[in-house]
Structure formats: structure tokens, C-alpha cells
Write a protein that binds this ligand. Structure first.
Ligand code: GLU
Length: 341
């Protein structure tokens, strides 16, 4: 009886569950910190709610705690998905997010880059253009030279063009041809045009190959989600990123936390990490060699997780909307991400 009275009299302390996902919720000097943690704290204060926090490791644990009635509220960077909405409730979205890709430093080895650059359709097209230009110019040269310079460019077509091809190739590759030279006006004009064309074509091909190789060696060949098939990709278990990778049949290595995925990327056990864009950008901005590549995909919003049918939903939503209207959420974005959009 006394116990029941005590319980009734005790202030209702909400059980708030969270998990580490920097910079949304993490421990800083032993204290709870982060965008979501600060936002929740403000919501709780405004709505007159008292709470205590419990830390778990993954989003599925947060959802399970809500489902089992162990937690009243879950705050981290929880994406609102239809699958989760079936078993728990969500507040209004308070942060627009999505997935992105993190790759390690450098990229492909130079041998791999060379092979990947030379055996492409683009390069084959370039070579084809060069071969065509060589053939046309050699025919013209032979045509002009075949009568007055029969010694160097014999009159019979096959033999003559063969010799002419030899001249054109030597000029293209070595800049000259010692044992033969066009003598007629027409032949010399073709020769000049060919020499100029040759310089342009060779520099164009060199520039294309060099830039393609540079881009490949810098970007590791992964520039967006369409480059992920065929790669081994790391991600935290139970995340929406893992769901995306599995749905797209991409070879996935799941880790208990994103920190382990970063370690695997550094050790080249995975070729990329796919995870929440703001988390990867925040990680990359801290320095280090990893880079975020490609655009944000799989747009998803973060919400506060609540028990199915929770009475807290209305007061929390009202407060969240109020905090949006007063510009508090924008200020918080500015503080953590340096942007307000
Ligand atoms: N937004 C991700 C999700 O809801 C975060 C995953 C995580 O915190 O590990 O699945």
C-alpha cells in the first residue's frame, strides 16, 4: 500500500534509450551529447518531462526496447521507415538525412588503373579514330606521290599504301622517317596536314589517358551508388544502410558499430562504407584520409521513436514544431553541421 502510494507520488521519469551515432548522440567527457540528445533535452524541458538515459548499441535494440515496453522514448539518428512504423510510433521528422559512401585513401593500384583505363570502349574509340586518320592520310599521300616518287611510294596500290602507312606511322611515333620523303606539292601538303593532325591526336590521347588514370587512382573507382555492385561494402548491422545494401544485392559486411566498419575500410577489408550521410561527412571532416564520394541517396528522415500508441506523441510533436518555428532546430544544425538548410 505504502509502496503503491510512493509510486504514484514519484514523478514520472521517462526511460529514454539511445545509442552512439556521432554527432547525433554520443558521450563527450562522460556526458551525453549530440544533436539529437540536445534536441531531446530541450523538448523534454519545454514539455515538462523528466527522463533518464540508457545506452544500447544498435537501432534494432532501441526498437526492441520500445516494443517490449522497457523504453518510453528512443532518440539517436533513427530513420523513419515503414517497417519500423509497423511496430513502434515516430514523432514528426526533425532531420532530413540519407545514405552516402565513404572510400579509403588513394584508390586502385597503378597497374589496375592502367588496365582499367586501356581496356575501355572510350580508349578503343580513340584508337579507332587514330587508325582511320592514319589510313586516310596514307592513301592520300600515296595518291599524290605514286607517279613522281615511285621509288618511295610504289604505284601498285597495296605495296604503295603499305609504304605510305610506314611513313605516316614513323612520323606519328618518332617525328620523322629517314628512308623516305614525299617530294610533290600535293604529297607535301598531305604530309604537313598529317604531321599537325598527328601532334594533336597524340596529345589528345595522352591527355585523355592521363586524366582518366588520375581520376581513377584518386577516386578508387567508386563515385556513386551505381559503382557499388561488385564491391565489398561495410556498414553497421541493423541500419537502414545495411537494408539498402542487402536489397540491392551488394556484397555486405555488417559490423556491430560504424567504428569497426571504418577500421575495416582502413585495413582494405572492405572497399567502401555506406551509412548515414551526415555521420560520414562528420567523420571525414575530422581529418584522416577517407573521403565521402557521390551524392546523397535513399533519402530518409530521423524521428524520435515512441511506443506504439504512445500518449507522448502529441506533446512531443507540438514541442518539435514549436522548436522548428522558433528557429531552435536551425541553430542546432548550425552548431553541429554549420548549415541551416
Ligand atoms: N539512420 C540509421 C538507421 O536508422 C542509423 C543506424 C545506426 O544508428 O546505426 O538505421
Amino acid at each position: 500500500m505504502i509502496l503503491a502510494l510512493l509510486l504514484l507520488a514519484a514523478p514520472n521519469v521517462l526511460r529514454v534509450y539511445t545509442k552512439p551515432i556521432e554527432p547525433f548522440s554520443y558521450k563527450k567527457d562522460g556526458a551525453d551529447a549530440g544533436f539529437s540528445i540536445e534536441l531531446w533535452d530541450r523538448v523534454a524541458k519545454e514539455a515538462g518531462l523528466k527522463y533518464e538515459t540508457t545506452w544500447v548499441k544498435t537501432v534494432p535494440e532501441l526498437i526492441a526496447a520500445l516494443e517490449a515496453g522497457k523504453a518510453d522514448v528512443a532518440v539517436a539518428a533513427i530513420s523513419i521507415t515503414s517497417e519500423r512504423e509497423k511496430v513502434i510510433d515516430f514523432s514528426q521528422p526533425y532531420y532530413e538525412s540519407g545514405l552516402q559512401i565513404l572510400v579509403g585513401p588513394g584508390g586502385q593500384s597503378s597497374a589496375a588503373t592502367l588496365v582499367n583505363t586501356l581496356f575501355t570502349w572510350d580508349f578503343a574509340r580513340l584508337l579507332g579514330m587514330l587508325a582511320l586518320a592514319l589510313f586516310v592520310s596514307s592513301n592520300l599521300l600515296w595518291w599524290f606521290e605514286r607517279r613522281n616518287n615511285e621509288e618511295n611510294f610504289p604505284r601498285p596500290y597495296r605495296h604503295g599504301v603499305w609504304e605510305s602507312l610506314w611513313w605516316s606511322s614513323s612520323v606519328l611515333i618518332t617525328g620523322g622517317c629517314e628512308n623516305k620523303t614525299p617530294t610533290g606539292i600535293g604529297g607535301r601538303m598531305v604530309a604537313v596536314v598529317w604531321m599537325l593532325t598527328g601532334i594533336l591526336l597524340v596529345s589528345y590521347i595522352t591527355a585523355s589517358v592521363t586524366s582518366a588514370m588520375t581520376v581513377k587512382s584518386l577516386t578508387s573507382g567508386i563515385n556513386g551508388p551505381s559503382d557499388l555492385p561488385g564491391q565489398i561494402v561495410g556498414t553497421p548491422a541493423g541500419s537502414t544502410a545495411e537494408r539498402y545494401l542487402l536489397d540491392h544485392k551488394i556484397e555486405t559486411r555488417s559490423f556491430p558499430s560504424v567504428d569497426e566498419a571504418y577500421v575495416a575500410l582502413a585495413a582494405k577489408q572492405v572497399n567502401a562504407v555506406v551509412y548515414d550521410a551526415p555521420v560520414l561527412l562528420y567523420h571525414a571532416a575530422k581529418g584522416g584520409q577517407e573521403r565521402v564520394v557521390g551524392h546523397r541517396f535513399e533519402r530518409q528522415n530521423y524521428g524520435i521513436g515512441l511506443q506504439e500508441g504512445s500518449k507522448l506523441r502529441k506533446p512531443i510533436n507540438e514541442t518539435l514544431l514549436k522548436l522548428t518555428e522558433t528557429g531552435y532546430i536551425s541553430e542546432l544544425r548550425q552548431k553541429y553541421f554549420g548549415d541551416t538548410d
